[in-house]
Design a protein around this ligand. Structure first.
Ligand code: ADP
Ligand code: ZN
Length: 602
């Protein structure tokens, strides 16, 4: 199974990486020690070392009794007449030195010259020791290069024609995108059919969408349907430590692809290499080289090579325009978040190999998970299976999946955290504030559950029902969302006459919404229908006039203050309900939809 193979390779690679990571510090320490050892030795010998000019002088003056040499070594041992200790010296030219001594002996000096035969082991180890730091360094460099994967990083998936291969059956939803994918499959299967007709063949397809929406899955499914190899690499793997490595990796990747063509090359996170080229030098130049190489490779396909490059990104707006030109990534498929039906289908696909109880209602789970990606939904079913196992259920029950949804959205329930009564009361009023305010706002969703049991970093939470997918959000809805967000803080102020840090996340979210209303959706009367993407281009604002920044600041502040006022007003009017909900929360810690509604029917 193609997928399984991939995982196995991955973990083996990881294992190697781990080993290398532990080896490198050891080797580094070793290298430092060797250098230290050699320097130390050198120093010690230095006391006993006689400089060559001094040695010649001493010989001439007849101070030397004995000279011991070894063939093949420039190091000689010396015995002075009046000194006990043996000394040594390095002679630059051994032949000349021997002749010099023989001359002395012939002219009557008494110098004993011993010439030892070549000592292979000594010369060898001498040489080795002096080479040791170099050897260690070379090993280090090799290891680092290995780790960088200078060799072979692209993983080839053999054209495996078994039914285990990923196919379109494994991809849920995306009905509209499917026809475009089918076209690519057709081209890979019968390229002649297209070239005969004179049709330009597709080269690159860009898949745009959030992480976890199934981009990799789609690329694999295309390869699977066309029964061609799937070679994949992640953009971030191209940009590692060494300059120039990225470009050579791109070259290798395409070389490999040409060998196994027809095939699919999948480049995940293409924005890591394909980001807009800037004219500045420095860190960017490495990326430029990589990107340029990619462009060269894509332009360089022969028309008989059926290689299709599929790239994935979450930020298409960041990409260099050159990548999107004809003959490169000239097709873009946007992968949306799954809609209600899509979510149900994804849940169905991923629950196939799980044991579900009779009561499981995937449709209602799909309704509770608007905004979730395919990967998150898969994760929820996995969590549900774990929860069911822990609870010793015979099969996964609906409640287990609901718990998994909660666990994934708000983090784990922390029953055992000790909370003071004061904190509990504060949380109760805070959450009651959100819930009561939302209850009186037309556009806000119905309450599903309110809780003061801490989960993750939140002290409590208010869960809303989500049962429809929306494409547009109205201004009124956004304003009311702000009111309900600030309802927590408003309740603290009204009921306890103090405010807490518990609302910091609400305020952060509210701030972002208010800012987007003014600067992205053009919803402010004062500023007008303007859209400024300040995150992408913070300088744009300066082009639009002097006091626009101030104006925007004032508008955002007005919107937020207005919402806070309204939240407080609503809670003052419905103070009895606020108290009732808070009291119920303190009593039960969690209240569900029915219990919540009952308070309003009294
Ligand atoms: P991306 O590449 O967009 O980050 P992946 O393809 O890696 O997302 O998706 C991760 C996993 O989520 C997939 O392996 C698959 O199990 C699941 N998944 C995502 N989208 C879908 C979908 N439309 N249908 C079925 N499974 C999906
Ligand atoms: Zn809150």
């Amino acid at each position: 199974m193609a997928n399984k193979n991939n995982k196995k390779n991955g973990s083996q690679e990881d294992k190697w990486k781990k080993i290398l990571y532990t080896l490198i510090p050891i080797l580094l320490v070793l290298a430092v020690f060797t250098v230290g050892f050699i320097l130390n030795n050198y120093q010690k010998n230095n006391d006993k070392n006689v400089a060559y000019t001094q040695l010649i002088k001493d010989i001439n003056e007849g101070k030397i009794e004995k000279v011991e040499m070894t063939v093949g070594s420039t190091s000689v041992k010396l015995k002075y007449k009046d000194v006990e200790e043996e000394k040594s010296a390095i002679v630059p030219n051994t032949q000349a030195f021997i002749e010099l001594i023989q001359n002395k002996v012939e002219s009557g000096n008494e110098i004993e010259l011993i010439q030892n035969p070549r000592n292979f082991i000594a010369t060898f180890s001498e040489g080795l020791i002096s080479l040791l730091p170099t050897i260690v360094l070379v090993i280090l460099v090799i290891l680092i290069i290995q780790m960088q994967g200078l060799g072979d990083k692209g993983k080839v998936y053999d054209p495996d024609i078994s039914e285990d291969r990923i196919s379109f059956k494994d991809v849920a939803g995306l009905d509209e995108e499917r026809s475009e994918m089918m076209e690519i499959v057709e081209f890979l299967k019968n390229p002649e059919q297209y070239t005969k007709m004179g049709a330009k063949t597709p080269r690159g397809v860009l898949l745009c969408g959030k992480p976890g929406t199934g981009k990799t899955l789609i690329a694999k499914a295309i390869a699977g349907e066309a029964k061609v190899p799937f070679i994949s690499m992640s953009g971030s793997e191209f940009v590692e430590m060494f300059a120039g490595l990225g470009a050579s990796r791109v070259r290798k990747l395409f070389e490999k692809a040409k060998k196994v063509s027809p095939c699919i090359i999948f480049i995940d996170e293409i924005d890591a290499i394909g980001a807009r080229r800037s004219s500045s030098s420095g860190a960017d130049t490495e990326n430029n080289q990589t990107l340029n190489q990619l462009l060269v490779e894509m332009d360089g396909f022969d028309s008989d090579q059926s290689i299709i490059v599929i790239a994935a990104t979450n930020r298409p707006e960041m990409l260099d325009e050159a990548l999107l030109r004809p003959g490169r990534f000239d097709r873009t498929i946007t992968i949306p978040l799954p809609d209600l039906r899509g979510r149900e289908e994804i849940l169905k696909i991923h629950s196939k190999n799980k044991k579900l109880a009779e009561d499981v209602n995937l449709k209602s789970i799909a309704g509770d998970t608007a905004g979730f990606t395919g990967a998150e939904l898969e994760n929820i079913l996995n969590e549900a299976a774990i929860i069911a196992t822990n609870k010793k259920h015979n099969a996964i029950e609906n409640i287990d999946i609901e718990d998994a949804v909660k666990k994934v959205t708000v983090g784990l329930e922390k029953h055992n955290r000790i909370i003071s009564e004061k904190d509990k009361k504060l949380t109760a009023y805070h959450e009651a504030g959100h819930a009561v305010v939302s209850r009186y706002l037309e556009t806000q969703k119905d309450i599903k559950e309110v809780s003061i049991i801490p989960r993750g970093i939140a002290g409590g939470y208010t869960m809303y029902k989500t049962n429809e997918d929306k494409f547009y959000v109205s201004k009124t809805e956004m304003e009311e969302k702000l009111i309900s967000l600030l309802g927590g803080r408003a309740a603290e102020k009204i009921a306890l006459n103090d405010i807490s840090t518990g609302a910091s996340n609400d305020i952060e979210v509210a701030m972002k919404i208010a800012r987007d209303m003014v600067t992205v959706y053009g919803m402010s009367e004062k500023i007008g229908p303007m859209s400024m993407n300040l995150e992408k281009d913070p300088y744009q604002i300066q082009l639009l006039g002097n006091n626009l920044e101030d104006e925007i600041g004032k508008e955002v502040k007005n919107i937020l203050e207005d919402a806070y006022e309204k939240a407080q007003m609503l809670l003052r009017v419905h103070r009895d309900k606020l108290d009732a909900v808070a009291a119920k929360l303190l009593e039960k810690e969690v209240i569900n939809e029915q219990e919540f509604e009952a308070i309003f029917e009294e």
